[in-house]
Design a protein around this ligand. Structure first.
Ligand code: NZQ
Ligand code: ZN
Length: 381
């Protein structure tokens, strides 16, 4: 088990009706907020009404920045920065899924920066400060509500890149499982796959895998995410399953599930981001295609030990091959695609996808070359 620093400053308000508590929290940071949201789901599930009412009650004036699209794009981030500046916004409130929270983070950093916000994503500049951010999460998946990262697509260059800084941790995040009751099954599936992806990246790429406590956290989160998802798909109104899923997804990428591993790489994410960048596929759906393909490659290059350990603890399987099949079976059960063809991505595009992925692989300092990435993608045909 290697040395590590764990620090997470985000305050979590969890449970029924917690969105209404965001007003007083936000008011401590200022009286002018930019309210960032997506295509309108928060207007259908009541989050918008609760949030605007609590902000108004606390005397926080709101400038709206709606229309964040899944896989948020740079042009819309730039528009948000302009709005935040023109209206002297002192804080950002984000309500929605990972895309909304990520765009809000990029706006929060961009509003405090003299240059172009894309500098943060392509490694040209570091984020040193950001406007304070408050979030109401409505989709358990990315962990963005309690982490310091954000992902944005430059739609002109087809680059889906990330930025990271301690300044990006949300100050307070409200997690009300009831807000997830309106999620379509497809988004439930995407969230489950993404949650699993976040914990397997560390587990399978650990520099030092002898960190029993972290292994057990990973096993527990995986079991909880899988069983909660199965319960939700059977009975979408199951509050406790929604709650367990929501907290599992948050814990999967708030830093806890990688402590002691001594450095991990996000290879599945690096490849998936190219699928999202090139085909605008949902992140979770892309991961369901890449993960089994990467596991097959991992088995050949690193051997069966970790796949066997994970499989025995999570699925009750005995061999590495059975573990990979168990992942695929679970993904299929949720309705996620597990092959490129199932997402209508032609195998002939593999070199193009791999070439695109190399941009992020280099930026993240990972030691992979294009032929290896093409080989992994070929396992997903
Ligand atoms: O736009 P609205 O109308 O809100 O609808 C959204 C969107 O269409 C809908 N939705 C959200 N909550 C809902 C709901 N519909 C009904 N009821 C609700 N309660 O779901 C759709 C997808 O939303 P999105 O935010 O795109 O999904 P997700 O949370 O999976 O976020 C994906 C984005 O996050 C990035 C991904 O790459 C992708 O861009 N990631 C961010 C990470 C981070 N910041 O740490 C890490 C992840 O690995 C990931 O890369
Ligand atoms: Zn992810």
């Amino acid at each position: 088990m290697r040395n590590f620093t764990f620090s997470n400053p985000t305050r979590i308000l969890f449970g029924r009706a917690v969105v209404a508590k965001l007003g007083p929290e936000a008011a401590r940071a200022g009286k002018k907020a930019l309210l960032v949201y997506g295509g309108g789901s928060i207007k259908k599930n009541g989050v918008y009404d609760v949030l605007t009412a609590t902000l108004a009650k606390e005397g926080v004036a709101v400038t709206e920045h709606p229309g964040v699209k899944p896989n948020p794009v740079l042009s819309h981030v730039r528009a948000g920065i302009k709005k935040a500046r023109e209206n002297d916004c002192e804080l950002i409130v984000a309500a929605g899924g990972g895309s909304v929270i990520d765009e809000a983070k990029a706006i929060a950093a961009g509003a405090k920066y003299g240059g172009d916000v894309w500098d943060f994503f392509c490694g040209k500049a570091e984020i040193r400060e950001a406007l304070p951010l408050f979030t109401a999460l409505t989709l358990p998946a990315t962990g963005s509500e309690m982490n310091s990262g954000c992902v944005v697509t430059n739609e002109e260059t087809a680059q889906k890149y990330s930025a990271q800084s301690a300044a990006l941790f949300p100050r307070v995040s409200a997690l009300d499982p009831e807000t997830t009751l309106t999620l379509p099954p497809r988004q439930v599936a995407n969230g489950a796959v993404d949650t699993l992806a976040h914990i397997i990246e560390g587990y399978f790429t650990a520099k030092d895998p002898d960190a029993a406590v972290t292994d057990e956290i990973v096993h527990a989160l995986a079991r909880s995410a899988i069983s909660s998802t199965e319960r939700i798909l059977k009975d979408p109104s199951d509050y406790n399953a929604r709650a367990s899923m929501m907290w599992s997804a948050t814990l999967a990428l708030n830093g806890l599930a990688a402590c002691g591993y001594g450095g991990v790489t996000f290879i599945n994410h690096a490849i998936e981001h190219s699928l999202s960048a090139l085909y605008d596929i949902a992140h979770g759906a892309g991961l369901a295609i890449i993960m089994p393909a990467w596991f097959k490659h991992h088995l050949k290059t690193a051997g069966p030990a970790r796949l066997e350990k994970f499989g025995e603890a999570v699925f009750g399987t005995r061999t590495a091959e059975e573990t990979i099949r168990a992942f695929e079976d679970f993904f299929r059960k949720t309705g996620a695609p597990v092959r490129l063809s199932e997402a209508k991505i032609p195998a002939a595009d593999i070199p193009r996808i791999a070439e695109n992925a190399m941009g992020l692989i280099r930026l993240w300092g990972m030691k992979h070359e294009q032929p290896e990435i093409e080989k992994i993608l070929s396992n997903a045909k």
